[in-house]
Design a protein around this ligand. Structure first.
Ligand code: ACM
Ligand code: ZN
Length: 480
């Protein structure tokens, strides 16, 4: 079974595949906990509600696939190590259809992932219909072409999800106990939004929706009050659309060049007693975060947002880089919580040669930067796919699967996971699940590619980046 249940006790005898299945509610179990009791004449599934019963049914479905004929009698007791087990899909760099997202969601549910971090705004596109700010879907959702690294196309690229489609996806996720965490990345990665509403940047000058990869200079101006009015009104609309508990407000890769030169931002820093632009980013995030908290939501940010040292502890920090450990530690020591999604293990846009299935599986769940509360400050884990260089469904699927399944076992089993070899053995048995859900997963040979294939994959990946892009990225990194 995958993820491996916490406890399995085999008892005597066998049940037929057609044995009657009885579902029982037991309020004493925690929300996602479940039990399965297989005896010779029936199968009893127990949970405290929909989530637990769905997981019990999922595990039973896997048992049926594993044993094919008679099911051995057994008692399973199971519950997750972490409450937040997430998968991320970047739909801003490339748009993926509702049907494709449903396939990815259904497959993720099979491995008990329970949050879909939906990246719907970035420099290269905004992807949601907005009634309050219609230029977002009219202007920000379309770019004039793709010039990502060494790839060039002058064909317009774009697309957005209508409000009805968003509701359809939310409803679909809900059937499988998955909640959506929408992400509107800010104050950086907002070039697409600024293409429609340029007055929200420091310079206020027109920009185009991004057509290249990398880090962009233009940020939301943190000095102008209109910026906050825009964000709060936009969030008000999005919170009505997205009912989930968490909301991601980005905060990564925001070079401070514009803020340093902006009279509005500098005035804000003086008035608020902020020592530098990092603290200004903390102030910016805290204002958005307190708006979300006042509406009963929990904000999440990427780890750069803690670098000012003034981020409120209620904001969850998603760890992806390994620098500035001290500020991350301080945030977590103050009581903050973290989602683990380190770039070297959890980013599935890198080829298997660089981030193998084993690397994903073996992520450290108490890394050094977690501070004195260690694993207690971990809210959960996330596997991610960024799509600058992923343009079709098949590629998306083979990059994510089975790596997302490995991450799902990390989130479910935590530090008690049985080990990579054991995981692979179970994965091989359950591999037909990918076919069942129409997913084009990478086969066994590709999980840790041989030397020759690995060299080809790494070289092909590096060809994505032009020399100029790499130089620009290095320069921008210094500004963050
Ligand atoms: C990120 O990968 N920029 C969070
Ligand atoms: Zn400014």
């Amino acid at each position: 079974m995958l993820p491996r249940p916490e406890k399995i006790i085999f008892t005597d005898g066998f049940a037929s595949q057609n044995a009657p299945v009885e579902e029982r509610l037991c309020p004493e179990l925690s929300r996602e906990e479940y039990r399965i009791d297989i005896t010779a004449d029936r199968i009893v599934l127990t949970g405290s509600g929909d989530a637990g019963l769905f997981y019990a049914r999922t595990t039973l479905e896997q048992l049926r696939m594993i044993y094919k004929e008679m099911l051995p009698c057994m008692k399973i007791t199971d519950r997750p190590a972490y409450p937040f087990r997430s998968f991320h899909i970047d739909c801003a760099r490339h748009y993926f259809s509702v049907d494709e997202l449903k396939k990815m969601i259904r497959m993720s549910a099979e491995f008990k992932l329970n949050y879909f971090h939906w990246h719907i705004s970035d420099d290269q596109g905004w992807r949601i219909e907005s009634l309050r700010y219609p230029k977002l879907h009219e202007v920000s959702s379309v770019r004039g072409g793709d010039h990502f690294g060494n790839y060039h196309s002058d064909q317009t690229e774009g697309g957005y999800y209508s409000r009805a489609e968003v509701k359809e996806i939310i409803e679909y996720c809900g059937r499988f106990g998955i909640e959506i965490v929408p992400e509107i990345d800010m104050p950086g990665h907002v070039t697409a939004i600024l293409a429609a509403y340029p007055e929200l940047s420091c310079l206020g000058e027109p920009v185009e929706v991004g057509m290249r990869a990398g880090i962009f200079k233009e940020l939301f101006c943190a000095g102008k009050e209109e910026t906050f009015t825009f964000i709060f009104e936009l969030l008000e609309e999005l919170l009505e659309l997205f009912p989930g508990q968490y909301f991601h407000i980005g905060g990564d890769e925001a070079p401070k060049e514009r803020w340093r030169a902006c009279p509005h931002c500098q005035k804000r820093m003086r008035e608020e007693g902020l020592k530098n632009e990092q603290e200004l980013q903390g102030y910016f995030c805290n204002r958005i975060a307190s708006y979300l908290l006042s509406k009963g939501r929990i904000p999440i940010v990427w780890n750069e947002a803690v670098y000012g040292g003034n981020l409120d502890k209620e904001t969850v920090v998603q760890l992806w880089t390994e620098d500035k450990d001290a500020q991350i530690k301080a945030h977590l020591d103050r009581g903050g919580r973290a989602v683990l999604s380190m770039v070297d293990q959890c980013y599935c846009d890198y080829p298997y040669s660089m981030h193998s299935l084993k690397d994903v599986y073996e992520i450290e769940t108490s890394p050094a930067e977690l501070g004195e509360r260690g694993e207690d400050s971990v809210l959960g884990t996330e596997c991610l796919i960024w799509t600058e260089f992923i343009r079709d469904n098949e590629r998306l699927e083979e990059m994510c699967w089975p790596r997302f399944a490995a991450s799902a076992e990390v989130g479910w089993c935590g530090s008690n996971r049985p080990g990579y070899v054991d995981f692979c053995r179970r994965l091989e048995v359950l591999f037909p699940l990918f076919e069942k859900y129409g997913i084009h997963a990478t086969g066994k040979d590709g999980w840790i590619p041989d030397e020759e294939t690995a060299a080809e994959q790494t070289e092909a990946f590096q060809r994505n980046f032009s020399k100029e892009d790499l130089e620009e990225a290095r320069r921008m990194q210094e500004e963050i």
